[in-house]
Structure formats: structure tokens, C-alpha cells
Design a protein around this ligand. Structure first.
Ligand code: FDM
Ligand code: MG
Length: 215
């Protein structure tokens, strides 16, 4: 029986270089003759994704809880496809997942929307075999130039997101998922660290015949 696909997520703040590392990782896996499907969240192309896009661009207002649930629904829309890919031996590389979902929503500091509440709607989704967290200091992020003009691209939110990512990485079960990489290095060094981490994940999962878990 061929090995199942692996589910690898890249996470981090804006400007950490997630998208380019995802692309490189997918290309490297493909170059090894492995099947790979690269996706990103939010997926702005679906009807729910278009509502999220309008919210992020400031063209539409949403209650904090309502938009949170839309981000989650946007993952549930693809959950069955992710599972089918993994079963078929296709590796899935994802740019942002429910970890971003929890921290960006909780960063709004609404009393009724903490990390624990934010995690609930994602329970049952396929859980990644590893989450590669691209960590970047405030100083390095600042050097990389301004953010765009989207909803969460402000210093106050980014600072709070940074704190909450640290918090999320210190509690079970998320603690076990994260592999932290210094994204302040040159792009090539970051890519090498990512590759090394991914190879470890492949070995671990195949050696123990680990099944795909759920959030
Ligand atoms: N974001 C992303 C959320 O608030 N919740 C989520 O569930 C996800 C996946 O959307 F500010 C935020 C993070 C970011 C914004 O993401 C758009 P990209 O990766 O910058 O397009
Ligand atoms: Mg962004």
C-alpha cells in the first residue's frame, strides 16, 4: 500500500514569508516525484471566501463572531477534499490554517471571543502532521516594509497576534504541532530549515504508520 499523504501547514504573522516558502516546499516535494497539492486559507474564490475578502478589504462589516465562523466554514468547505487527497497519497501543503483562525480573531480582544471559543468550530477538521511556524521579530518584520491596507494589517493587531501565537504554542494540543523556524534568516536558509523539518515529519509518520488525526 502506498504511504498516505502528509498534511503540512505553514503559519506565521504577515510578512513572515509563508506564501513563498509554501510554493518552494510544494515545488521541492514535486521534484522528488511526490504528489502535492498546495492550498491557502482564506480561499477567497468560493462564495464564503468572497465574503471574507470583502471583509478584509473593508468593503463589508461583520460581527467578530460571524466572520470567525465564516473563516472556519471556509476550511470546512475543503476538509473532505484534504482528507481524500491524504488518503490517495497526495501531500497537502497549506498556507495558514485554524491556528491563524484562532489568533487573528482572538486578537480583537472581544470578551466573548478568546482562543478557546475560537478553536471550537474547527474541531473535527483534519489535524496537520506538523505546523511549521515562521517566526519573525518585530524589527525584522518592520524592515520588510509596510503591510498592505487589509483589516488586520495594523501594528496593534500584529503585536497582539504575535503574543497569541506564543500563547497558542504553549498549550496542548497545539504545543505538539508546532516546529518553530527563524524566518528572519535569508530565504534560502529558511527554505532549508523548512525542508529539514518536513523530512522529519515524513520519517515520523511513515515509520510509525501514523494515521491522520483530527483537530
Ligand atoms: N485570517 C486568516 C483570519 O483572520 N482567520 C483565518 O482563519 C485565516 C485563515 O486573514 F490577516 C487572517 C490572517 C490575515 C488575513 O490572510 C488574510 P492572507 O494569508 O494574508 O491572505
Ligand atoms: Mg496578508
Amino acid at each position: 500500500m502506498p504511504a498516505r499523504g502528509k498534511l503540512i501547514v505553514l503559519e506565521g504573522l504577515d510578512k513572515a514569508g509563508k506564501s513563498s516558502q509554501c510554493k518552494q516546499l510544494a515545488a521541492k516535494l514535486a521534484a522528488q516525484g511526490l504528489k502535492v497539492n498546495a492550498i491557502s486559507f482564506p480561499d477567497r474564490t468560493t462564495p464564503i471566501g468572497r465574503m471574507i475578502d470583502a471583509y478584509l478589504k473593508g468593503d463589508d462589516q461583520q460581527d467578530d463572531h460571524a466572520i470567525h465562523l465564516l473563516f472556519s466554514a471556509n476550511r470546512w468547505e475543503v476538509a473532505a477534499k484534504i482528507r481524500a487527497d491524504i488518503d490517495a497519497g497526495i501531500n497537502v501543503v497549506i498556507d495558514r490554517y485554524y491556528y491563524s483562525g484562532c489568533v487573528y480573531s482572538a486578537a480583537k480582544n472581544s470578551d466573548s471571543l478568546g482562543l478557546a471559543w475560537a478553536r471550537k468550530p474547527d474541531e473535527g477538521l483534519p489535524r496537520p502532521d506538523a505546523v511549521i511556524f515562521l517566526g519573525i521579530s518585530q524589527e525584522e518584520a518592520a524592515k520588510r516594509g509596510g503591510w498592505g491596507g487589509e483589516k488586520y494589517e495594523t501594528k496593534a493587531i500584529q503585536d497582539r497576534v504575535r503574543e497569541l501565537f506564543v500563547q497558542l504554542q504553549s498549550v496542548e494540543p497545539e504545543k505538539q504541532d508546532f516546529v518553530r523556524i527563524d524566518a528572519g534568516q535569508d530565504l534560502e536558509e529558511v527554505a532549508e530549515d523548512v525542508w529539514e523539518a518536513v523530512q522529519k515529519v515524513f520519517k515520523r509518520v511513515d515509520l510509525h504508520g501514523e494515521a491522520l488525526r483530527v483537530v
